[in-house]
Design a protein around this ligand. Structure first.
Ligand SMILES: O=P(O)(O)O[C@@H]1C[C@H](O)[C@@H](CO)O1
Length: 298
């Protein structure tokens, strides 16, 4: 019988006990007690290379962890310090389309929470729907549209575990206002403002890229960028009271025109990551240097 208290038999892959066991295992296998968590998007794994005194643990060695299956996602946790702050970096994230349950792909958020992480920084590669966006733009996510959520696909489906958070978590403050302002300030100082955007990210299930009609629809609905990740992680992290900040690298422009010959593909996504990697790393590391810890944002 499940420990969730319902008295029923559940296969919760994110049971508190599973997450606690993983957190305890990780804490006993690293010297770092992280307060900042970073998720690297497709082709953006270089973020993890910035950590000092690195300690790398492969996902395949971590109890209860899924494996990375996508090219551009290395499949390991990197512990270390970034500008003096203890960090854990997911060099490789999990996506719904890899076939894992939505609970399983978000399990690391709960594990990080139990390890003491207070602030989560997520990055992703995304297609630009906003016609003003160019390839290489970096979009601060100010809000999201959770398309799978419209169909009842949520990482919080199932009995709520009050040890993590409330049954009905608020999402109108999902992307921390202060961290977004910090990103604007840091970008201005680094002279990055000409490629910085702020907008709405829409998640779909993937792995097929969107049709032209879908891109047009999402644009009309108010989305500025479209991707296949991040939102599920943010929902679980916010549920558990962690502060969230997220960035999309616009790696391609969504095809909106039937005369266009452009075709979205994963290689161009990875290449755009390579082109902008250095600046993205500088932006994130400078932000982390200025993070005030002790999150009261539960
Ligand atoms: O992990 P992210 O969201 O950066 O990955 C994006 C979405 C797909 O997994 C892939 C498509 O190229 O990149």
């Amino acid at each position: 019988v499940c420990e969730c208290g319902s008295g029923r038999l559940h296969q919760h892959q994110t049971q508190h006990s599973h997450c606690q066991a993983t957190a305890d295992w990780l804490l006993s296998n690293t010297q770092v007690q992280p307060t900042v968590g970073i998720v690297c998007g497709s082709g953006l794994g270089g973020l993890a290379e910035m950590l000092k005194d690195r300690q790398v643990i492969k996902y395949s060695d971590i109890p209860n962890f899924p494996q990375s299956t996508v090219h551009g996602h290395a499949g390991q946790l990197v512990f270390g310090t970034l500008k003096g702050k203890p960090c854990v970096c997911m060099q490789g994230r999990f996506h719904l389309y890899e076939g894992y349950s939505i609970q399983k792909i978000t399990l690391p958020m709960r594990v990080f929470k139990l390890m003491g992480v207070e602030t989560m920084i997520m990055t992703n590669a995304a297609g630009g729907l906003n016609q003003d966006y160019k390839v290489g733009d970096v979009m601060i996510i100010k809000d999201h549209i959770n398309m799978p959520g419209f169909a009842g696909v949520s990482p919080l489906t199932g009995p709520n575990d009050d040890r993590f958070g409330v049954r009905f978590p608020c999402m109108s403050d999902a992307y921390d206002r202060e961290l977004r302002q910090l990103a604007h300030d840091v970008a201005a100082e680094l002279s990055y403002s000409d490629f910085l955007q702020e907008g709405v990210y829409c998640v779909l299930g993937g792995p097929s890229f969107e049709t032209i009609a879908e891109c047009r629809l999402l644009h009309k609905l108010g989305a500025d960028a479209v991707g296949m990740s991040t939102v599920h992680e943010v929902i679980v992290a916010r549920h558990a009271g962690m502060r969230c900040f997220a960035l999309s690298l616009i790696t391609n422009r969504a095809v909106m025109d039937y005369d266009s010959q452009e075709k979205a593909n994963h290689e161009e996504v990875l290449e755009a990551g390579r082109q902008r990697a250095e600046q993205l790393e500088k932006l994130v590391s400078t932000m982390v240097a200025r993070l005030e810890l002790n999150n009261n944002n539960n």
